[in-house]
Ligand binder design. Structure first.
Ligand code: AMP
Length: 196
């Protein structure tokens, strides 16, 4: 079983690259942003609160996303491996994820961090906003999402360092195919080192 966590700031290409990597390695792609947007579309009791947080670029509470994610994982069939896109996004989510994987006796996931400069990210997200119709793809919210990323999500890297969990950093600038090649190279190297 191979488990990957695609990590990076908003606009770093997590969604696009996760889909390509899921195809390449035959993994189940789970985007927590998509899970939340589906929840909003269902019009459940929580929809209103979730939409209110997403539209201002804030994170939903840890317990809510953990619950939603593990329910989703439990419903899935045979698992060759997972690629999580947009999770973990806080120190606590990272801790809980590793704990849960240990309990299930699943291999510790590899954190794959995409590195892209903020100015480039802003331009990408403004372009995406013209076509995505996403309520959170406009400048004020994008700046807020960067702040949330630095304050709440970057500590995930600290968690992986402290706990000596596997992590690679990949340059996320360039053509989509180039970035995918860099990712595959880094992940293949990790696989070969862990299967010796
Ligand atoms: P994304 O599609 O990954 O950019 O996520 C869109 C929005 O969904 C984020 O800005 C957060 O408001 C929310 N979200 C997605 N994943 C998480 C997570 N792991 N923890 C908390 N909130 C999340």
């Amino acid at each position: 079983m191979l488990n990957l966590l695609l990590f990076g700031p908003p606009g770093s290409g997590k969604g696009t690259q996760s889909e390509l990597l899921a195809d390449h390695y035959g993994l189940e792609h789970i985007s927590t942003g998509d899970l939340l947007r589906e929840e909003v579309a269902k019009g459940t009791e929580l929809s209103h609160d979730i939409e209110a947080l997403i539209s201002v670029g804030k994170l939903v509470p840890d317990h809510l996303i953990l619950d939603l994610l593990f329910k989703h994982i439990n419903q899935m069939g045979n698992k060759k491996g997972l690629i999580l896109d947009g999770f973990p996004r806080t120190y606590r989510q990272a801790e809980e994820l590793v704990k849960e994987f240990n309990t299930r006796q699943w291999p510790i996931p590899l954190l794959v961090a995409l590195d892209v400069e903020e100015e480039e990210l802003l331009q990408r997200l403004l372009e995406r906003g013209k076509i995505s119709g996403r309520s959170d793809d406009h400048e004020e919210t994008i700046r807020g999402r960067f702040k949330v990323y630095h304050e709440q999500s970057e500590p995930v890297i600290q968690y992986f360092k402290e706990s000596h969990s596997p992590m690679i950093e990949i340059e996320g600038v360039g053509a989509i195919e180039e970035v995918t090649e860099n990712l595959v190279r880094g992940i293949d190297q990790f696989i070969s080192e862990t299967t010796i």
